[in-house]
Design a protein around this ligand. Structure first.
Ligand code: HGY
Ligand code: MN
Ligand code: MN
Ligand code: MN
Length: 395
């Protein structure tokens, strides 16, 4: 059976879509559970056995689960709040269609092939990105993951329905990993290519910044008497923007919480998250250091306090250059390019030769409702993935 990309995409496109056209697909939320059911149905249609790894990750197997030389492909279902629909699901839909295409070519893999759906890649619900692949690889302990709580205080274990099991010994049997993903940027547009191969993932991380001061009445407190943490926070956001531009890096503050969050009260506490990324670790370290220094200096002037904690930091990922070159050549000499976005493939790259395929994104927009890839380019991506998976499971 081989569906077309458009037909299969139409099956999941409505799941978790919000009125604004974006997607709300938090880990284990109703839409993401519906996507898991869809995953199981796709596997059943193709007579692929489904296993779960005890960490929230799903695997559909063509061949014996975790057998010698296993090749992993796939991506994630979860989204950032009101994000795009392609970031993640495109890699899973493409993987099922690549299995169809390989079968249509008469390919019988010599090594097991799994389509994977990794949980909580965005970290949108429990705050740690790539949580599922970090558990699978041992990059985070089951105990630490189990205790993570969402905004309603629900623990990861409660959402999973059990404590996560953590690292799988079977990971040692994996011979290669390939994740197909919509490009989050316009590099492929710039070179007019529908598909590319990843060379590296920028080092990046997220830092929680807590600003504290004196809560007070908005109407009766003189400006000179205030110790307003919102002022120090606002200054820090401006400083992060300036420092990132100077460093040729990226700094974003997209999430903020204020207490008591009342229009007519000077806040006592403001919590904001810094997402910082740079082409190399030294630049990233200097950027974060500069932002923290600017925040502390400003807090001294405002009579407030600031505390900055790293919540998750991902070192630079340099994908296997031989594998990237081999696959780019196999695909007719497609571009090889870095990305500033994190991926499960980045976490897995420390455990097996790993590659990523990017599909052209005409606007480059991601993590927003406008994220889109044309069906024709997505179909080209499926064919490329089938060719890559045939190479990795048969050669
Ligand atoms: O945030 C990222 O870099 C990825 O899209 N999860
Ligand atoms: Mn993302
Ligand atoms: Mn993604
Ligand atoms: Mn009052």
């Amino acid at each position: 059976m081989s569906a077309t990309f458009a037909a299969l995409w139409a099956e999941i496109a409505p799941i978790g879509r919000t009125a604004g056209g974006g997607y709300l697909r938090y880990a284990f939320s109703e839409p993401e559970l519906a996507l898991r059911d869809w995953f199981r149905a796709q596997a059943a249609r193709r007579e692929l056995a489904v296993t779960e790894d005890g960490n929230g990750n799903l695997f559909a197997w063509w061949g014996s689960p975790w057998g010698p030389g296993t090749v992993l492909t796939g991506s994630h279902f979860d989204s950032v709040p009101h994000g795009g629909g392609y970031d993640g699901p495109l890699g899973i839909v493409s993987a099922f269609l690549a299995v169809d295409e390989m079968r249509a070519r008469g390919v019988t893999p010599a090594r097991p092939l799994a389509v994977a759906a990794f949980v909580e890649e965005e970290g949108g619900r429990f705050g740690v990105p790539c949580l599922g692949s970090r558990l699978l690889t041992g990059a985070i302990t089951p105990g630490k993951a189990a205790a993570l709580r969402d905004r309603d205080g629900v623990t990861f274990s409660a959402a999973l329905g059990a404590d996560p099991v953590g690292a799988l010994d079977e990971l040692a049997h994996v011979s290669a990993v390939v994740e197909l993903h919509i490009e989050q940027g316009k590099a492929l547009v710039d070179v007019d290519a529908p598909v590319g191969v990843a060379s590296a993932i920028w080092p990046h991380g997220r830092w929680r910044m807590d600003f504290t001061g004196d809560g007070d009445h908005a109407g009766t407190t003189r400006m000179a008497d205030r110790h307003d943490p919102m002022l120090t926070f606002a200054y820090t956001v401006l400083a992060a923007n300036k420092e990132a531009r100077l460093a040729g890096a990226h700094a974003t503050v997209g999430r903020v919480e204020a207490e008591p969050n009342a229009t007519n009260a000077i806040p006592s506490r403001v919590r904001g998250w810094l997402d910082a990324r740079a082409a190399d670790s030294a630049t990233l370290d200097r950027l974060v250091e500069a932002v923290v220094k600017r925040a502390v200096d400003r807090a001294g002037r405002d009579g407030t306090q600031v505390n900055v904690e790293a919540e998750s930091v991902s070192p630079e990922v340099a994908f296997d250059t031989d594998l990237a070159a081999r696959l780019a050549a196999l695909l007719g000499g497609v571009p090889i390019l870095p990305t500033g976005a994190g991926h499960d493939a980045g976490v897995l790259s420390g455990h097996a030769p790993t590659a990523m395929l990017f599909v052209r994104n005409p606007t480059g927009v991601s993590h927003a409702p406008a994220e889109h890839a044309p069906d024709a380019d997505c179909a080209t991506g499926v064919t490329a993935l089938a060719t890559v998976l045939e190479e990795l499971t048969c050669r």
